[in-house]
Design a protein around this ligand. Sequence first.
Ligand code: AHR
Length: 487
Amino acid sequence: MAGITIDRARSAGTVSRYIFGHFAEHLGRCIYGGIFVGKDSSIPNVNGMRRDVVEAMRNLKVPVLRWPGGCFADEYHWRDGIGPLEARRRMVNTNWGGVVEDNSFGTHEFLELCRQVGCEPYITGNVGSGTVQEMSEWVEYLNSDGDSTVVRERWKNGRKDPWGVRFWGVGNESWGCGGNMRPEYYADVYRRYQGFCRQYGDHRLYKIACGPSDGNLEWTETLMKNAAFCMDGLSLHYYTIPGGWSHKNQALTFSREDYFETLALAANMEKIIRGHAAIMDRYDPEKRIGLVVDEWGTWFQVEEGTNPGFLYQQNTMRDALVAAIHFDLFARCCDRVFMANIAQTVNVLQAIILTEGDRMVLTPTYHVFDLYKDHMDARQLDCFVQSDRIGTEKHAVDAISASASEKDGRITLTLSNLDPEKAREVEISLRGEEIAGARGRILSGRMADYNDFGRERVAVRAYTDFTLKDGRLTAVLPPCAVAAIRL
Ligand code: AHR
């Protein structure tokens, strides 16, 4: 039997609600069609935003949404996306599918989306092909209430008050699609650009420098050494890509070996975070600077017949477990991880929502966000997990993944059974205390189960398969399952 001991006396800190954040890029059908359909669409919408998608996001209490990219951010010129629709500049989205971008979704539309969802905006400014002045004026347009020409432009476009955007990214993947820079060079560029992103009144920017990809420790070292004094956050991108870039898995058809490789890669992120965190600790022992994992998730082959540049993939219970593993490890590293944004919200990569015309489907990953939402801003609790290692000769993982937190006197335990074949019994205890009662919800299925339009296989249901005796809980988790138990 596996065991989980929750220790209320030991905590790494607060599980920031921002680790349940999202990312929506001008990529494929994420923004256009997936979120924004325009006011004149026959798809039910409010000011152009799909009602169904906004409602689904509200239900998750999405705390923050990153936009407009991704790689798109470094060729996005914000002035193209403001003012009368018919006068907006058109461009070809050379990063993603070569389609025409008509800029009908711009700054005002994005902030209207955030208002409807009830989340905070996180905007990534253009460093790769944009000027310091352009970025500086975007911040002024968003946050200033001085009587300047830039602010008057905002008034003319129908917005009197500043929005007060807080999260501000200075470039995206500046080591790659954002400009192919070396870390020394980017550190200087960052110092320069961020200096002209002004703080207006009470609207304080939380400035996020472009951080490394995967295990690129040299990037982190150089950035921390040269620019820590003027950053609030450092980003990190890590994708789970079984088979690697050249032999990516399919999203729906995969073997047991692929399954374990995927989960092992996801679990490996903890080592990667701890590697970067150790460097950050040397330059920032007070842990003032947050690690912002602003892109994470699975990356598979695109679905057959879809535009390869649209990155549209289906989503199975395998993805759900990847999400659970990530949330558990983000919680363990909550003394450093301040934010994380899944890539991406709708119709792209590990999406939480898929759409087709006016239809919408919630993926297994969506349900994991739902199961974990009670952790937001709760006090993380140490969770000692004892379980078998399972897998194949090449790829092994712990059979049970878990995390716990406490808020308002109630404990939330989230736990997953990564075993695709066997149910597992888990004994759950509270160190030095007795568990008085429990209520649970669960998501389970076979490893390749997924939801399709008009055919929803995977959904959250009540979970009652546990017994309470002598203050300990014995729970039976079905194969491939993610559960949330409130103690
Ligand atoms: O999420 C898709 C792409 O992956 C983003 O545009 C880029 O930042 C990353 O390489």
